[in-house]
Design a protein around this ligand. Sequence first.
Ligand code: ADP
Ligand code: ADP
Length: 228
Amino acid sequence: KPIITLNGVTKTYGNGTTALRDVDLAIGQSEFVSLLGPSGCGKSTLLRLIAGLGEISAGRIDWPQTAHTARGEPEHDIGFVFQEPTLMPWATVFDNVYLPLKLKRMSRRQAAPIIRDALTKVGLENFGKAYPRELSGGMKMRVSIARGLITRPSVLLMDEPFAALDEITRFRLNDDLLAMWAGQHWTVIFVTHSVYESVYLSDRIVVMGARPGRVTADIRIDEPYPRS
Ligand code: ADP
Ligand code: ADP
């Protein structure tokens, strides 16, 4: 049973731009899916709709395994990592990573060991007290990833997370991400326009573009890059 299904999803923005046309897609539990395609083909739009941000113009997105609230909204837990690390500049690394737990009303004291563990996973165990301006671009991205994963979401959505980084940092983060992913059971949907990245990271590549707003290929990688 898939974790997310899209049936005939179409998105037309207020200005008349159709960003997605009749997209059908089923995402399996624990899949690491790359969404690959040129700028403007609708990747971010697809990710945002999956996250529940914005209205769908036609079609539907369902979470067949997920319980729903009384208002019919899925009670899924998703983490979202954006291209620009959107850290709060006035808050320490610790407090930036704490935010999603704080929103779930967890006390700082209860959260502290979880945050320390997350910072260790991204190699920033000694930077809890640092402020974002003291960190390099790659380190800020590591903080964003730690924050995206802190609630142990069942689905992690990543929108071109490494696009603004130099290639060496990017390769390192690809490896870090795989190391964090190994042994976990999250589903990852990873937007990229790097063919290398998609092949290196994923066990499935969904290609968009050519005809804008449509899925043009759906490739399964039988023997993905070893992850543990
Ligand atoms: P990608 O992530 O692949 O670059 P996007 O989903 O950002 O693609 O954009 C798909 C299309 O929708 C583009 O033509 C873009 O200009 C348009 N678009 C994206 N967001 C908006 C918006 N808020 N309002 C109007 N058009 C938009
Ligand atoms: P080749 O030209 O021999 O195929 P590359 O130049 O593509 O090798 O890659 C060199 C090294 O960088 C390899 O160890 C490869 O695993 C690694 N690498 C390539 N692309 C990526 C990527 N997107 N993320 C992480 N590592 C990568």
